[in-house]
Design a protein around this ligand. Structure first.
Ligand SMILES: [Zn+2]
Length: 514
């Protein structure tokens, strides 16, 4: 098998289930227009990675190199997201750190220097999430996205407007119009706010420039993406009880050294089934949950929406986690999706619980340096585990069979440790694993692992106390020492991870046709 083929095969093709019959006819009629708009978003995203990529992409799609075509389709270009976007093809260079956001040849310090020479207003524009920067004479030219991509966005506008005209649901229709206008005017705030409030529509759509992950040069430029989703009101209603009891959940988290929790209320949590994706959301590893918008003003004044992609999460669980479980756990077939889903949900909620500010008012996120993300992820995971164990059967949290729950949790640890123990999420899972392993809750016999029900509650509580204490009071050095002690893989973990090489990395979604 060629390297390209091996990479493609790491993403298991799987049908994503969603029941389109719950949508009224008028909305179903609008879907093809939304899909056209989303495909145009993909086109813009290609151009954001490299200006000539849209044309090159067409050539490959029309050509007869089947492997290359499949690779481009899956990863939206020649770059491999598993290797920091190195090109997998000899005739193409690696993706630039600054993608096509910045002038071709500028390294980070040079672009910073050049930005510093601009007048104040231009500097502000240059550091905006939604502008591209180009060379002009001796200086720089700053062009807002809505002007730079005006031709493509005009088509997006037209498709969204047509869809809005077809749709009877007033709030959804109005949101689509406002979003269309936001995309061609570059003012996103009103439609972002409207999206957060849009909770009774059977269809949901995010479309526009959102995340800044792709900008490895300055980390400020947003990429275009889009997700189309059917809302599952029944599952959402079950979560309402959890939302309404957040104050009770919060009391389970230690607040050492007079630290304080996050201010303000929580935003709505919605459960959806995804039916299409565009732009960055259609590239490589699929998101199983997201939280938008990122705009600080909207988050502070209106809030945000936490979206759980049920069908994507389920497909990933079936294709990846179940396989891992069977390979490395004793009785590994005995895991279940429902506790996994609840765990992920409580993980997201736990990010909002526990210490957020120290006694002196400083933000926890800025007190422990580069260890923060791994510590915070450990808090979210351990908080979720502890909440299910301690409060299962109360406040809307389901009560699961302990043994199934813990096996599902342990399989999840292995799934994440695979993504690399040098990356914060992988490391946080390793910390949990090592903590439980050292205390004898997890044990290994031959090549397979077991997890004991006795003592798990106490052991998880101790770890939660530990990480909350680090967040509330530790120095950066102390936090790093903790990562040194618990964040390194032992031989058992390394050989278990080795044995997983033939299990898919992620899924390639086949969405329902409509
Ligand atoms: Zn997290």
């Amino acid at each position: 098998m060629s390297d390209i083929n091996r990479l493609i095969k790491q993403f298991k093709e799987i049908s994503i289930e969603a029941d389109l019959s719950v949508l009224p006819d008028d909305i179903r009629e609008a879907l093809p227009h939304l899909v056209n708009a989303m495909d145009m978003i993909t086109r813009i995203f290609l151009a954001q990675q490299h200006e000539s990529l849209p044309y090159h992409y067409d050539e490959v799609m029309d050509g007869n190199d089947e492997e290359r075509r499949q690779f481009y389709e899956l990863f939206k270009g020649p770059y491999n997201p598993l290797t920091d976007y190195k090109s997998e093809f000899k005739d193409i260079n690696d993706r630039r750190k600054g993608c096509a956001f910045y002038p071709d040849a500028l390294e980070d310090c040079r672009i910073e220097n050049k930005i510093d020479l601009l007048d104040e207003e231009q500097q502000k524009l240059a550091r905006d999430h939604y502008t591209v920067i180009r060379d002009k004479d001796e200086g720089l030219e700053i062009i807002p996205y809505h002007i730079f991509y005006a031709d493509e966005l005009a088509e997006v506008f037209e498709e969204l407007e047509t869809a809005a005209d077809l749709i009877d649901h007033e709030e959804l229709s109005s949101y689509l119009i406002n979003r269309a206008e936001a995309l061609i005017s570059g003012s996103y705030r009103d439609s972002d706010s409207q999206w957060v409030r849009l909770t009774d529509s059977p269809l949901d759509l995010v479309i526009g420039p959102y995340e800044v992950y792709a900008d490895a040069l300055l980390g400020i430029k947003a990429t275009y993406e889009s997700m189309l989703m059917i809302v599952d009101f029944e599952k959402g209603a079950a979560l309402k009880e959890i939302e309404n009891n957040l104050d009770k959940l919060a009391t389970v988290f230690p607040m050492p050294a007079q630290s304080k929790g996050a201010m303000g209320g929580m935003a709505p949590i919605v459960v959806v089934n995804q039916i299409y994706s565009g732009g960055e959301a259609a590239q490589g590893i699929m998101a199983a949950a997201f939280n938008l918008p990122n705009d600080a003003w909207v988050r502070g004044n209106v809030g945000w929406k936490q979206v759980m992609l049920y069908n994507v999460m389920k497909a990933k669980f079936d294709a990846v986690t179940k396989e891992i479980s069977q390979k490395v756990l004793h009785g590994g077939e005995n895991i279940d999706f429902e506790p996994f889903f609840t765990f992920v949900l409580l993980h997201e909620i736990s990010h909002g619980l526990g210490p957020a500010y120290r006694k002196d008012g400083s933000e926890v996120a800025k007190c422990i340096g580069s260890s923060y993300v791994a510590i915070e992820e450990t808090k979210a995971d351990t908080g979720a585990l502890y909440l299910i164990l301690k409060l299962g059967g109360q406040f809307g949290i389901e009560k699961y069979d302990d043994e199934v729950l813990l096996k599902t949790y342990l399989a999840g640890l292995f799934r994440s440790m695979r993504f690399g123990v040098h990356e914060a999420h992988g490391m946080s899972n390793l910390i949990q694993f090592n903590w439980l392993f050292k205390k004898g809750v997890i044990s290994v016999d031959g090549a397979k692992f077991s997890i004991k029900v006795d003592n798990i509650l106490k052991t998880a509580e101790k770890l939660l106390e530990k990480v909350c204490h680090i967040e509330a009071a530790a120095t950066a050095d102390e936090a790093e020492a903790f990562l040194d002690e618990y964040g390194k893989p032992g031989v058992e973990v390394l050989s278990a991870l080795d044995s997983l090489s033939d299990i898919p990395t992620d899924i390639k979604a086949v969405f329902p046709g409509f």
